[in-house]
Design a protein around this ligand. Structure first.
Ligand code: ADP
Ligand code: ASP
Ligand code: MG
Length: 403
């Protein structure tokens, strides 16, 4: 069988940890499996490289950033290959380019357009273990190295698993699966045996960084058998991310996500005229800013208030865009002392009273909800950052997710 194994930053964080990964790969090899490994940079390495760049510039050239950041995963891919070779296993490392990962030229957040699998397939046929540097590809237009956005090695693994029609794509990290919420935040969180692609996609998009959201989207599209498990306890089975119909018992709420990296932007006293929202949100979209929750309150005296949220990483760009709309309102306020807590579950589609339970749970703790938004399978609430952990814990209790 063909396995794609991905090891995240903490799993390759030290030379000893890479030795541990060597053992996991050897075990599958000795079992007779074909193996493509995808590795992240050592933990902290990508952040360190970003800091280095920021030493010289707050707005470094994005092509140069990709040249810089892609180096982290090249280091670990070569080290793992060297380690396997030394132990008598034939392995070869590949950069994203060598692995045939062709992308758009949106540097620092490129999208995969196509994967040319010839090099990898040839190497598999030669009996080699392939170690691909994650998080990177090559632009089809300017032929420069690109990166796939933070956490992008997950995407490399899933995309390769899809293109190679692998039997399994296992994402090894520092927790042994997907929990009802971040187990570091709520120690009594429960591990899920299975979770649907749609629920996992919501959790990932709403802050659960255990899987990169684009990787889950790709897994769903290509129908990849995706497993999240731990390289620290590889004997423990992880969580399967799969189609909804493969899950017999569908809980109403499957999990809770927390996103601390949100900013709430309030525009007060906006002149209430047709087209104003359209021009603001078009300008934000053109700048590729990911606007999430939007609330417009009922106007008085020909003015209205407009509130919306963006990821903190887009704050600089947003302030630049909003400068053009200064004269359209009395005041624009930026508040980053907030967070977004979300509850996710496919069972919500067919149950009533799910939202009211969440609101009561927060009310009981005297936590004020600033903005609410809902979809078929999720409810998101903006609350003050200081209540982040309390909000997650009280929601976890309210839905009895530890059971
Ligand atoms: P890697 O470096 O292996 O890619 P990440 O740090 O990106 O790992 O993701 C793993 C972390 O995700 C865990 O350490 C855990 O704290 C966090 N996490 C957040 N939400 C969840 C969840 N629902 N289930 C499991 N882990 C979660
Ligand atoms: N090293 C990259 C990051 O830290 C990619 C990854 O780890 O998946 O975002
Ligand atoms: Mg990750």
């Amino acid at each position: 069988m063909l396995r794609v194994l991905k090891f995240g930053g903490t799993s390759v964080g030290t030379l000893e940890r890479i030795q541990n990964v060597t053992e996991i790969v050897k075990k599958f090899r000795n079992q007779g499996d074909d193996i493509v490994v995808v590795v992240s940079a050592m933990s902290g390495e990508t952040n360190k490289l970003i800091e280095y760049a920021n030493h010289y510039s707050k707005t470094p050239n994005e092509k140069e950033m990709d040249m810089l950041l892609s180096s982290g995963e090249r280091v670990t891919s070569a080290l793992l290959s060297i380690s396997l070779n030394e132990q008598g296993f034939e392995a070869t490392s590949m950069s994203g380019r060598e692995a045939g990962i062709l992308t758009t030229s949106e540097h620092t957040s490129a999208r995969i357009e196509n994967i040319q699998t010839k090099n990898i397939k040839d190497a598999i046929n030669d009996g080699k273990i392939i170690i691909v540097a994650g998080f990177q590809g090559v632009s089809t237009t300017n032929h420069r190295v690109t990166t796939l956005g933070r956490g992008g090695s997950d995407l490399t693994a899933v995309a390769l698993a899809g293109a190679l029609k692998a039997d399994l794509c296992e994402i090894y990290t520092d927790v042994d699966g997907i929990y009802t919420t971040d187990p570091r935040l709520v120690p009594k969180a429960k591990k899920l045996e299975k979770i649907s692609y749609d629920e996992m996609l919501e959790l990932a998009s709403l802050g659960a960084k255990v899987l990169q959201n684009r990787s889950v989207e790709m897994a769903k599209k290509l129908n990849v058998n995706l497993v999240s498990r731990s390289s620290f306890t590889p004997e423990i089975e992880g969580t399967l991310i799969t189609k909804e119909e493969n899950i017999m018992e569908k809980p109403i709420v499957s999990g809770i996500a927390l996103d601390r990296n949100q900013v709430r932007i309030g525009m007060y006293g906006v002149i209430d005229k047709p087209g104003i929202a359209s021009s603001i949100f078009t300008a934000l979209a053109d700048a590729k800013i990911n606007v999430d929750m939007i609330v417009q309150t009922v106007g008085t005296n020909n003015t209205t208030n407009l509130d919306f949220t963006i990821p903190s990483s887009d704050l600089k760009k947003t302030k630049k865009v909003m400068a053009d709309f200064k004269s359209d309102s009395k005041n624009i306020d930026y508040n980053d002392a907030i967070c977004k807590v979300s509850i996710v579950g496919v069972g919500m589609k067919s149950h009533t009273g799910v939202a009211s339970k969440a609101f009561s749970a927060l009310a009981n703790e005297n936590i004020n909800i600033r903005i609410i938004s809902t979809s078929e399978i999720k409810i998101s609430m903006i609350v003050d950052e200081k209540y982040a952990e309390l909000a997650v814990r009280s929601l976890h209790d309210a839905y009895e997710l530890e059971k």
